[in-house]
Ligand binder design. Structure first.
Ligand SMILES: NC(=O)C1=CN([C@@H]2O[C@H](COP(=O)(O)OP(=O)(O)OC[C@H]3O[C@@H](n4cnc5c(N)ncnc54)[C@H](OP(=O)(O)O)[C@@H]3O)[C@@H](O)[C@H]2O)C=CC1
Ligand SMILES: Nc1nc2c(ncn2[C@@H]2O[C@H](COP(=O)(O)O)[C@@H](O)[C@H]2O)c(=O)[nH]1
Length: 324
């Protein structure tokens, strides 16, 4: 297989058909709803919280709530539904998660989206959970992950997953690749391509996005949705704690498998980073949308779909052209 990552690829412009980039439509239908852009913040504790979830849902952006406040999940779904908003939550695969899903079904609390969020999604235990969720909550749109191979995508889809999440180890605070030697770190974009070719349902490209142009590249290689952690962390509204270092403000961004998150040094595959505090989240979202509109224009179309068909070249790390 030909391997490459985001920085190794440049897409080739086509003749533009629009008079203004504002004509380009970045919206995407994902599951039962349509969203403004094909981007979702990572379901991590320093990226998403209840307040942000409400704001994202109110403003037609997709979100996935993390699973680290286990007791808070049912009140969260109820609160979202009382406000007339969609609920999108995460589950793990431990035994008590089966009780949780059963409780949702018994109490008729049906989230619109559930994401099975584990590091190594290509596993019989994940397949069992997919079957269980689809049996008890058949109306919920079920995302399962994370995986890095076409075979895994096929197996999770066959078990009933409505979408799969691709990316094992490309994240900014990920140390899976260093600690285990496994993953899609360094060739995430090629893994997205291979998985998308095998997929019959949508895939989410998860991790490794460092620039807005990477979103367009992930779409080009088959992603319906792109999950991003580090670019969404450290905004004014981000949940991470703030700290002043040498007179500059930073916010924490830590891995979901970090010692910081787990509270113990066992199977640690994540780290904590301090990221320079940035402005408002809405400015980042608007810039992502504008950059995507521009990308659609370069692709020669006026809808997101146009990006999927463009030619590309492999430039092997040269896109910075000495500017970095
Ligand atoms: N996208 C990525 O590249 C990665 C993401 N993460 C994130 O970290 C968080 C914690 O993940 P995770 O450790 O899966 O969650 P959990 O702690 O809930 O573990 C999942 C379950 O699977 C079992 N398991 C068996 N083999 C593995 C394996 N190789 N990796 C992980 N679990 C295994 C675990 O048992 P036991 O603990 O006894 O082994 C546990 O029961 C998640 O939010 C996940 O998204 C973590 C690493 C990589
Ligand atoms: N290997 C690990 N991966 C992790 C951990 N916590 C989260 N993640 C993954 O990273 C992406 C976000 O990536 P980014 O490049 O946009 O910052 C996130 O969605 C998870 O899939 C972890 O502790 N270890």
């Amino acid at each position: 297989m030909e391997v490459f990552d985001f920085e190794d690829v440049q897409m080739i412009p086509n003749k533009s058909i629009v008079q203004s980039r504002s004509e380009c439509d970045t919206s995407i239908k994902f599951g039962p709803r349509e969203f403004k852009i094909p981007v979702v913040p990572a379901n991590m504790q320093t990226v998403m919280n209840e307040e942000l979830a409400v704001w994202f849902a109110e403003n037609d952006y997709f979100y996935i709530m993390h699973r680290f406040d286990e007791e808070g999940r049912i009140p969260f779904v109820k609160m979202m539904h009382e406000k007339g908003l969609f609920a999108s939550i995460s589950v793990g695969i431990k035994d008590y998660e089966y009780d949780f899903v059963r409780q949702l079904a018994e109490e008729k609390i049906v989230p619109e989206y559930i994401t099975i969020d584990v590091a190594h999604g290509h596993s019989e235990y994940v397949i069992d959970m997919i079957r269980f969720v689809k049996e008890y909550l058949p109306e919920t749109f079920l995302i399962a992950g994370n995986v890095g191979t076409p075979e895994a995508v096929r197996e999770l889809e066959n078990a009933g997953a409505d979408a799969t999440k691709v990316g094992v180890g490309p994240g900014r605070v990920c140390i899976t690749k260093l600690k285990t030697g496994f993953g899609t770190g360094g060739w995430q974009l090629a893994a997205v391509r291979a998985c998308a070719k095998a997929a019959t349902k949508p895939i989410i490209a998860d991790g490794g996005i460092r620039h807005n142009g990477d979103i367009a590249k992930a779409v080009r290689f088959g992603a319906s949705m792109v999950m991003i952690g580090s670019l969404f962390a450290a905004h004014e509204e981000s949940p991470g704690k703030s700290r002043e270092i040498d007179g500059k403000m930073y916010k924490e961004y830590f891995g979901s498998a970090s010692e910081h998150q787990k509270g113990e040094h066992k199977n640690v595959e994540g780290k904590i980073e301090m990221i320079r505090a940035r402005g408002k989240l809405i400015d980042t979202l608007v810039e992502m949308q504008q950059d995507l509109q521009s990308a659609i224009s370069y692709a020669g179309g006026n809808k997101l779909e146009a990006i999927r068909h463009v030619d590309y070249v492999l430039v092997r790390n040269t896109i910075y052209n000495g500017d970095r």
